[in-house]
Write a new protein. Structure first.
Length: 625
């Protein structure tokens, strides 16, 4: 197998070298289905911005994804289709002006929508988009009033206890909901045929959150100002929050959804369609356009720093010298992207200096733990002898350690923003939107970095607390849930590699249990595959086929705790070698998640990065000369 592994490694290295951009980065697409494509058409039409070529290009991609039954899916094995995605596509195609309701495609889509409950079954955020553009009635109230912004940080429930992603998206919604803002045009379509019940349906009907709502209102009432003054001050604070967090490209936090919502929120506050801030925001969204298989796609954000850090590290693990141009250029790019600005993370972490890395090449003040460890891995060798990298390394390590939660785990963006109270709000997917919990995948990857790349001993309090956090999150079957990947394979890979790196022994009961679970879900062909359904069902759901990425995660996890190559490991490696050139639905299947049941990510780099790491680690561990 030795030569086959060497050949496989070399072919992956050649592919990655070929795909590197001139600035040293890798710009593989951040692909998230059709939602952003639909929203772009709706945005351009609603703002009456003339960009007909872009509309036509997006229509082409949306149409290319329609199923034979008229529906659109979020992932291959979802079933007949996804009603929210189909509603978004129906609206966008109708608003584009290139399709009639009576045509075959929209007739089939409408039939699917009505069969599955109509427009009322759309995701809450889709209903909000429909309300903004005049297609859905705003609820009589939003569960978080705008004055919530004014509650001081010492109040038990306040704005900064929401996750940064929650703040970025909910703040403009709060502004829009407060004024029941709607914007229709002469060309706005009529979607009344998609309703099954009356249009006066409310978005929020649950009652078990009332005590939380009352608590928020009690806090607001304790502010000694007239209601009208509070309202105006909240609007002013909300506007300043958005304006002060606009990136250089004009986007709000570099996210598509928050920027889309900010545009309309500013209009609700009196901005004209032609205002420079709105024009820059629209152009910023346009700048995230990419091309996939000849089709134009609007990215939710870019994954440039993430891709570049992962790839630089993987290439070095596979034997590419740090002196080669491909690594020098990559690491110079990464060095330039280290953050120097304070962001919202400093609210809960006031004693640390900036030093993390963000996900996209646009992001300059919203770093995250996973990108920081990925970037530090990539520059680890340079940090030994290069003063510039050493300084970046030291700042990165300090920031990373400062971000550990009180419970020992690591979150994504902000520490200690995991209040269980917000989960009671009647906001769909609240646990994915409103909180930033420490997770097994993030904590495991952080421990793997600390164990393999720093001198921090396993007895260090940060390491011990991290290990305890991971062990506490293990599922009964031996797996771990992964928040940012699909899903239990991802979490188990992160947890096992992390535990192994900080000297948790292979005989530990948690490790043995995890190994048994991984071996039990291996497919007959030697690979592994997991469905996106796992995250919604909160249990492992097998995919009807093996994938390169899932297999690489599983094999790498097993190798991290195995002194000798087991039968499962050998079969997994053989699957990788036999399928490196494969291109079908399994290589395009989403391996990342943003929101269970609603937002999935196809990372185009993963099919190269993780098989390369697995093969390199096999060679390092079991084929030493």
């Amino acid at each position: 197998m030795n030569q086959s592994i060497t050949d496989g490694i070399e072919s992956l290295i050649d592919q990655l070298k070929k795909d590197q951009s001139f600035d040293g980065s890798w710009n593989y697409p951040f692909e998230t289905g059709i939602s952003t494509d639909c929203y772009m058409i709706i945005l351009l039409r609603t703002l009456e911005i003339d960009d007909e070529n872009l509309v036509k290009e997006l229509v082409r991609r949306i149409i290319s994804k329609q199923e034979k039954n008229g529906a659109w899916k979020l992932f291959y094995d979802e079933g007949e289709g996804n009603v929210t995605a189909t509603i978004e596509a129906y609206y966008a195609l109708l608003y584009s002006g290139y399709f009639e309701k009576t045509g075959k495609r929209l007739t089939a889509a409408r039939r699917f929508i009505l069969k599955n409950g109509g427009i009322e079954k759309a995701h809450m955020f889709t209903k909000i988009m429909l309300a903004i553009t005049g297609q859905y009635k705003w609820p009589s109230f939003f569960p978080i009033p705008l004055e919530f912004l004014l509650l001081p940080n010492i109040f038990p429930i306040n704005f900064y206890q929401l996750s940064v992603y929650g703040r970025a998206n909910l703040l403009p919604i709060m502004i829009l909901s407060d004024g029941k803002f709607q914007l229709r045009t002469k060309k706005s379509p009529d979607l009344s045929e998609l309703y099954i019940r009356q249009k006066d349906e409310e978005l929020f009907q649950e009652e078990d959150w009332r005590s939380l709502y009352d608590s928020i209102h009690s806090g607001i009432e304790s502010l000694l100002e007239l209601p009208s003054q509070l309202k105006e001050r909240a609007k002013s604070k909300g506007k300043q929050y958005m304006l002060s967090r606009i990136e250089k490209d004009g986007t709000f936090y570099s996210y598509y959804s928050s920027t889309f919502l900010m545009i309309f929120a500013l209009m609700a506050l009196g901005y004209k369609k032609s205002h420079p801030v709105i024009t820059r925001a629209v152009n910023g969204l346009k700048s995230m356009k990419t091309t996939i298989d000849g089709f134009t796609h609007m990215q939710y954000t870019t994954a440039t720093v993430w891709n570049t850090s992962l790839i630089s590290y993987a290439l070095q693990e596979a034997g590419v010298s740090g002196e080669e141009a491909v690594i020098e250029k990559a690491n110079n790019f990464i060095l330039r992207k280290q953050h120097t600005l304070y962001g919202d993370w400093a609210v809960h972490n006031p004693n640390s200096f900036p030093g993390g890395w963000g996900f996209s090449n646009i992001n300059s003040f919203n770093p995250d733990v996973d990108d920081t460890t990925a970037s530090l891995r990539s520059i680890a060798r340079d940090a030994v002898h290069n003063p510039s990298y050493r300084s970046a390394w030291d700042r990165g390590i300090r920031w990373l350690l400062s971000m550990q939660n009180e419970d020992g785990g690591w979150p994504a963006f902000e520490k200690n923003t995991n209040s269980p109270l917000f989960k009671h709000l009647p906001i769909e997917k609240a646990d994915f939107i409103l909180t930033d919990p420490p997770t097994a995948d993030l904590t495991g990857r952080t421990l793997q970095f600390l164990g393999d790349f720093t001198n921090l001993p396993s007895s260090h309090p940060s390491v011990k607390a991290g290990v305890e956090s991971i062990l506490a999150k293990q599922e009964k079957d031996g797996s771990w849930y992964g928040r940012w990947g699909i899903c239990y394979l991802y979490g188990t890979w992160g947890a096992l590699t992390g535990l192994s790196a900080v000297e948790v022994q292979s005989g530990h009961p948690a490790v043995r249990k995890a190994v048994s679970w991984l071996e039990s879900v291996q497919n007959e062909d030697g690979g592994w595959g997991e469905s996106c359904k796992s995250d919604s069902q909160k249990k492992y759901v097998a995919l009807p086929a093996s994938t390169l990425t899932h297999t690489a995660w599983a094999v790498d996890a097993l190798m991290s705790v195995s002194d000798k190559p087991s039968r499962a490991i050998k079969k997994g490696i053989e699957f990788l070698l036999e399928n490196l050139e494969k291109k079908d639905w399994t290589t395009e299947y989403s391996k990342g998640q943003g929101m269970a049941g609603a937002f999935y990510i196809h990372y185009h780099s993963y099919r190269y990065v993780f098989p390369l790491l697995a093969l390199a680690h096999y060679k390092q561990k079991y084929e030493k000369s």
